[in-house]
Design a binder for this molecule. Structure first.
Ligand code: S3P
Length: 186
Protein backbone atom coordinates (compact mmCIF):
# COMPACT_ATOMS: atom_id res chain seq x y z
CA UNK A 1 0.00 0.00 0.00
CA UNK A 2 1.19 3.54 -0.79
CA UNK A 3 2.54 5.39 2.24
CA UNK A 4 1.08 8.88 2.57
CA UNK A 5 3.61 11.69 3.03
CA UNK A 6 3.90 13.81 6.16
CA UNK A 7 2.56 17.34 6.18
CA UNK A 8 5.44 19.44 7.50
CA UNK A 9 4.96 23.05 8.59
CA UNK A 10 7.99 25.30 8.59
CA UNK A 11 8.36 29.02 9.18
CA UNK A 12 9.22 31.76 11.63
CA UNK A 13 8.07 31.83 15.25
CA UNK A 14 4.43 32.81 15.73
CA UNK A 15 3.29 32.20 12.16
CA UNK A 16 0.74 29.68 13.50
CA UNK A 17 2.55 26.39 12.83
CA UNK A 18 1.16 24.67 15.94
CA UNK A 19 -2.37 26.05 15.67
CA UNK A 20 -2.64 25.28 11.96
CA UNK A 21 -0.83 21.98 12.40
CA UNK A 22 -3.35 20.77 14.99
CA UNK A 23 -6.28 21.75 12.78
CA UNK A 24 -4.78 20.01 9.75
CA UNK A 25 -3.97 16.91 11.79
CA UNK A 26 -7.56 16.70 12.90
CA UNK A 27 -8.87 17.20 9.33
CA UNK A 28 -6.55 14.49 7.99
CA UNK A 29 -6.90 12.21 11.05
CA UNK A 30 -3.08 12.11 11.38
CA UNK A 31 -1.18 12.41 14.68
CA UNK A 32 0.13 15.93 15.41
CA UNK A 33 3.82 16.18 16.36
CA UNK A 34 6.07 19.12 17.14
CA UNK A 35 9.88 19.29 17.22
CA UNK A 36 10.00 21.64 20.25
CA UNK A 37 7.66 19.35 22.24
CA UNK A 38 9.75 16.31 21.32
CA UNK A 39 12.86 18.14 22.57
CA UNK A 40 11.20 19.32 25.79
CA UNK A 41 9.88 15.82 26.55
CA UNK A 42 13.20 14.16 25.94
CA UNK A 43 15.22 16.74 27.85
CA UNK A 44 12.69 17.26 30.65
CA UNK A 45 13.10 21.04 30.42
CA UNK A 46 11.91 23.91 28.28
CA UNK A 47 13.52 25.24 25.11
CA UNK A 48 14.24 28.43 27.02
CA UNK A 49 16.07 26.45 29.73
CA UNK A 50 18.14 24.53 27.17
CA UNK A 51 19.19 27.79 25.49
CA UNK A 52 20.06 29.33 28.87
CA UNK A 53 22.00 26.32 30.21
CA UNK A 54 23.74 25.02 27.10
CA UNK A 55 23.40 27.61 24.37
CA UNK A 56 21.96 27.62 20.88
CA UNK A 57 24.50 25.21 19.39
CA UNK A 58 23.52 22.39 21.76
CA UNK A 59 19.84 23.15 21.15
CA UNK A 60 20.40 22.84 17.38
CA UNK A 61 22.09 19.45 17.84
CA UNK A 62 19.11 18.12 19.82
CA UNK A 63 16.78 19.66 17.25
CA UNK A 64 18.56 17.71 14.50
CA UNK A 65 17.90 14.50 16.44
CA UNK A 66 14.24 15.48 16.80
CA UNK A 67 13.90 15.97 13.05
CA UNK A 68 15.60 12.65 12.34
CA UNK A 69 13.32 10.76 14.76
CA UNK A 70 10.10 12.47 13.73
CA UNK A 71 10.78 12.20 9.98
CA UNK A 72 10.75 8.45 10.39
CA UNK A 73 7.09 8.55 11.46
CA UNK A 74 4.46 8.78 8.72
CA UNK A 75 1.92 9.96 8.07
CA UNK A 76 1.95 12.74 10.66
CA UNK A 77 1.48 16.49 10.69
CA UNK A 78 4.74 17.97 11.96
CA UNK A 79 5.21 21.53 13.21
CA UNK A 80 8.88 22.50 13.28
CA UNK A 81 10.81 25.12 15.26
CA UNK A 82 11.64 28.28 13.32
CA UNK A 83 15.33 27.39 12.99
CA UNK A 84 14.85 23.88 11.58
CA UNK A 85 15.09 24.78 7.85
CA UNK A 86 18.45 26.54 8.38
CA UNK A 87 20.14 23.14 8.65
CA UNK A 88 20.33 21.43 5.23
CA UNK A 89 20.37 17.97 6.89
CA UNK A 90 17.00 18.73 8.47
CA UNK A 91 15.59 19.87 5.14
CA UNK A 92 16.70 16.71 3.31
CA UNK A 93 15.21 14.50 6.02
CA UNK A 94 11.92 16.35 6.05
CA UNK A 95 11.62 16.26 2.29
CA UNK A 96 12.23 12.50 1.88
CA UNK A 97 8.67 11.62 2.87
CA UNK A 98 7.10 14.99 3.50
CA UNK A 99 5.22 17.75 1.76
CA UNK A 100 6.74 20.92 3.19
CA UNK A 101 4.65 24.08 3.55
CA UNK A 102 6.05 27.44 4.60
CA UNK A 103 3.77 29.57 6.75
CA UNK A 104 4.93 33.13 6.16
CA UNK A 105 3.96 36.36 7.85
CA UNK A 106 4.88 40.04 8.04
CA UNK A 107 7.08 41.14 10.97
CA UNK A 108 4.08 43.08 12.35
CA UNK A 109 1.76 40.06 12.30
CA UNK A 110 4.48 37.93 13.91
CA UNK A 111 5.05 40.41 16.73
CA UNK A 112 1.30 40.65 17.33
CA UNK A 113 0.96 36.87 17.60
CA UNK A 114 4.17 36.26 19.51
CA UNK A 115 2.59 36.97 22.90
CA UNK A 116 4.99 36.56 25.80
CA UNK A 117 8.42 37.23 24.27
CA UNK A 118 10.10 35.90 27.38
CA UNK A 119 9.56 32.31 26.25
CA UNK A 120 11.24 33.02 22.90
CA UNK A 121 14.98 33.13 23.56
CA UNK A 122 15.94 34.49 20.15
CA UNK A 123 13.87 37.66 20.48
CA UNK A 124 13.43 37.99 24.25
CA UNK A 125 16.41 40.27 24.78
CA UNK A 126 15.95 42.54 21.71
CA UNK A 127 15.54 46.22 22.53
CA UNK A 128 13.50 46.71 19.35
CA UNK A 129 11.69 43.38 18.80
CA UNK A 130 10.02 44.41 15.52
CA UNK A 131 13.34 45.41 14.00
CA UNK A 132 14.97 42.24 15.27
CA UNK A 133 12.19 40.07 13.82
CA UNK A 134 12.55 41.87 10.46
CA UNK A 135 16.30 41.25 10.41
CA UNK A 136 15.98 37.58 11.35
CA UNK A 137 13.24 37.07 8.76
CA UNK A 138 15.35 38.60 5.99
CA UNK A 139 18.32 36.46 6.97
CA UNK A 140 16.18 33.31 6.87
CA UNK A 141 13.88 34.02 3.95
CA UNK A 142 15.85 32.24 1.22
CA UNK A 143 16.43 29.10 3.35
CA UNK A 144 12.71 28.97 4.17
CA UNK A 145 11.66 29.32 0.56
CA UNK A 146 14.18 26.79 -0.74
CA UNK A 147 12.99 24.21 1.79
CA UNK A 148 9.30 24.60 0.96
CA UNK A 149 7.10 22.96 -1.67
CA UNK A 150 4.66 25.87 -1.32
CA UNK A 151 3.96 28.90 0.85
CA UNK A 152 0.86 30.20 2.61
CA UNK A 153 1.00 33.77 3.94
CA UNK A 154 -0.99 33.64 7.17
CA UNK A 155 -0.67 37.37 8.04
CA UNK A 156 -4.22 38.40 7.15
CA UNK A 157 -5.95 35.03 7.21
CA UNK A 158 -8.05 33.33 9.88
CA UNK A 159 -6.88 29.94 11.13
CA UNK A 160 -9.67 28.36 9.11
CA UNK A 161 -8.60 30.07 5.86
CA UNK A 162 -4.94 29.22 6.45
CA UNK A 163 -5.73 25.57 7.23
CA UNK A 164 -7.83 25.28 4.09
CA UNK A 165 -4.98 26.55 1.87
CA UNK A 166 -2.42 24.36 3.62
CA UNK A 167 -4.62 21.28 3.26
CA UNK A 168 -5.46 21.98 -0.37
CA UNK A 169 -1.75 22.20 -1.19
CA UNK A 170 -1.02 19.01 0.73
CA UNK A 171 -3.85 17.02 -0.84
CA UNK A 172 -2.82 18.03 -4.36
CA UNK A 173 0.81 17.06 -3.76
CA UNK A 174 -0.02 13.86 -1.90
CA UNK A 175 -2.28 12.74 -4.74
CA UNK A 176 -5.43 12.84 -2.60
CA UNK A 177 -8.78 13.93 -3.99
CA UNK A 178 -9.69 17.62 -3.41
CA UNK A 179 -12.07 18.42 -0.55
CA UNK A 180 -15.71 18.56 -1.56
CA UNK A 181 -17.08 22.12 -2.02
CA UNK A 182 -18.26 23.63 1.26
CA UNK A 183 -15.98 21.52 3.49
CA UNK A 184 -15.29 23.17 6.84
CA UNK A 185 -12.03 23.15 8.80
CA UNK A 186 -12.99 24.32 12.24
C1 S3P B 1 13.40 29.09 17.16
C2 S3P B 1 12.03 28.91 17.19
C3 S3P B 1 11.33 28.26 18.31
C4 S3P B 1 12.26 27.33 19.08
C5 S3P B 1 13.51 28.04 19.45
C6 S3P B 1 14.28 28.59 18.26
C7 S3P B 1 14.01 29.77 16.00
O1 S3P B 1 10.21 27.51 17.83
O2 S3P B 1 12.57 26.19 18.33
O3 S3P B 1 13.17 29.08 20.33
O4 S3P B 1 15.24 29.64 15.80
O5 S3P B 1 13.29 30.44 15.24
P1 S3P B 1 8.86 28.16 17.22
O6 S3P B 1 9.14 28.54 15.80
O7 S3P B 1 7.87 27.05 17.31
O8 S3P B 1 8.50 29.31 18.09
Amino acid sequence: MRRLPNLVLIGFMATGKSTIGRRCASALAYPFRDTDSWIEEREGRSVKEIFAAEGEQRFRAIEEEAVEALSAEAPIVLATGGGVPLNPKNVSRLRVNGVVVLLSGTPESILLRAGDLDSRPLIASATDPLHHISDLLSARDSAYRLAADYTVDSSDLSPEQTSRLVLEGYRARAGLTPFPAGSRFD
